[in-house]
Write a protein that binds this ligand. Structure first.
Ligand SMILES: *[C@@H]1O[C@H](CO)[C@@H](O)[C@H](O)[C@H]1NC(C)=O
Ligand SMILES: *[C@@H]1O[C@H](CO)[C@@H](O)[C@H](O)[C@H]1NC(C)=O
Ligand SMILES: *[C@@H]1O[C@H](CO)[C@@H](O)[C@H](O)[C@H]1NC(C)=O
Length: 392
């Protein structure tokens, strides 16, 4: 009985039309492509990032594919395409790298990427390359022509591609963020089907990691700290602030540890590229937060003389964790480079939290000073005022 409201249909239809137009547009771009020497290819795929496309003809009889890989890049830069028999990532990839030589021609280097900063020596690949590869550079677009015997005569292969800056023949490292890390795809050379496979689900998990950590360390934990600092000034909120604080921090900790563990997992899977500062700050935050959980159990009684030192410890560890978290969220945003709005959204949240904290800080001081004044007149021995607040 439930069906979308009438208003949903035009929107849906519009989206379908747009989608179809986009899809056919891509296929057209793909199929209308022309190549030097009258070469033609049976199938093509527009790749999801770096503006690249792959054109190929697969020969079942001998298990080879003639390919043309196309990607835009400025004339100093380079582009590369390859197959990785060991998995859907860069390390282990057998690649063709096209760059311009000093005479203005395109030279093709073949190599196997063994590490993060490979020495790019021209060497033969782990599969057969029956025809000498060639390249062209026309109107800001590189094309690599290659013929490969698909490893193990399997039609579905892990394909990788890349583009980066250079200096006429010298190949500089490509950016290690955003689209340059999403350029892997499993491709069936027979059917033409391709799936993001690991790369999309990996991107998905990176986003989950980012959201979990931004919500937990970036919002819940600072909020919990603010509750502890500003709510307890009000006598009426006396035990309530404590339980609110604890529930904020514990739920933040649980979500945060889940996000942290996912981050470590992503890090261990990211063969070749490690974001050491981001990783190390993450580990430090986890240690500080875990200390806080233990500190809760060791909390001396309010009247205990060590309570004063415990408070200093608890506050300094807590505030350090919050500051490190904000730094690390920015580092993470720089790695993930999500669509425009996210960084701004996080800055807005941070600014709001800081603004509210500043306002409440002022309110707290007014209340505390006023209370201290009347407290002095009343009964100095009572220990009212800021000291009392600190010890709450
Ligand atoms: C593979 O087969 C195709 C079609 O018969 C042929 O054109 C091509 O030259 C062959 N390639 C190799 C490397 O034998
Ligand atoms: C590759 O596999 C196809 C069938 O999948 C077969 O017809 C062909 O002979 C095989 N080629 C080689 C070189 O083993
Ligand atoms: C790599 O070696 C091949 C074959 O020897 C050669 O044709 C090609 O020009 C070399 N590429 C570079 C960049 O030196």
């Amino acid at each position: 009985m439930a069906r979308p409201g009438h208003s949903a249909w035009p929107l849906l239809a519009g989206m379908l039309v747009l989608f179809a137009a986009r899809a056919s547009g891509q296929t057209q771009d793909c199929l209308s492509a022309t190549f030097q020497g009258g070469r033609t290819f049976q199938t093509c795929n527009a790749m999801p990032v770096l503006g690249a496309s792959l054109h190929w003809t697969y020969h079942t009889e001998n298990g080879t594919a003639d390919i043309a890989f196309r990607a835009p890049q400025n004339s100093n830069g380079w582009v590369a395409w390859g197959i990785n028999p060991s998995g859907l990532f860069m390390a282990g990839s057998n690649v063709f790298i096209a760059s311009q030589d000093s005479s203005g021609g395109v030279s093709i280097l073949t190599t196997v990427l063994e590490s993060t900063s490979p020495t790019l020596t021209n060497r033969s690949l782990s599969f057969e390359v029956p025809v000498t590869p060639a390249g062209e550079y026309v109107a800001g677009v590189y094309t690599i022509f290659a013929t490969v015997k698909l490893p193990s005569n399997i039609t579905t292969q892990n394909t990788v591609w890349q583009a980066g800056p250079g200096n006429t023949g010298a190949i500089s490292p490509h950016p290690t963020s955003g689209p340059n890390l999403q350029s892997t795809r499993r491709l069936d050379f027979l059917s033409g089907q391709s799936t993001g496979g690991g790369s999309n689900s990996r991107l998905h998990r990176r986003n989950i990691h980012g959201i979990l950590n931004a919500v937990s360390w970036g919002i819940l934990i600072p909020l919990g700290a603010m509750i502890a600092r500003y709510l307890r000034v009000f006598e009426a909120a006396d035990p309530a602030w404590f339980y609110l604080h604890i529930s904020c921090q514990l739920s933040g900790y649980v979500l945060g540890v889940a996000g942290w563990a996912l981050g470590l997992k992503l890090g261990s899977e990211s063969k070749g590229i490690t974001y050491n500062p981001h990783r190390n700050i993450g580990i430090a935050i986890f240690c500080l937060a875990t200390l806080q959980v233990f500190a809760l159990m060791l909390r001396p009684d309010k009247k205990n003389k060590y309570r004063f030192y415990w408070n200093i410890y608890h506050h300094s560890v807590g505030y350090s964790a919050i500051v490190l978290s904000a730094i690390n969220i920015f580092k993470g945003l720089d790695i993930l480079k999500p669509a425009g709005g996210w960084k701004k959204a996080y800055i807005a949240i941070l600014a709001t939290l800081a603004g509210v904290a500043l306002f409440l800080e002022a309110v707290t001081w007014v209340i505390v000073l006023r209370r201290r004044k009347s407290g002095k007149a009343h009964a100095a021995a009572n220990g009212a005022g800021w000291q009392h607040q600190q010890g709450a």
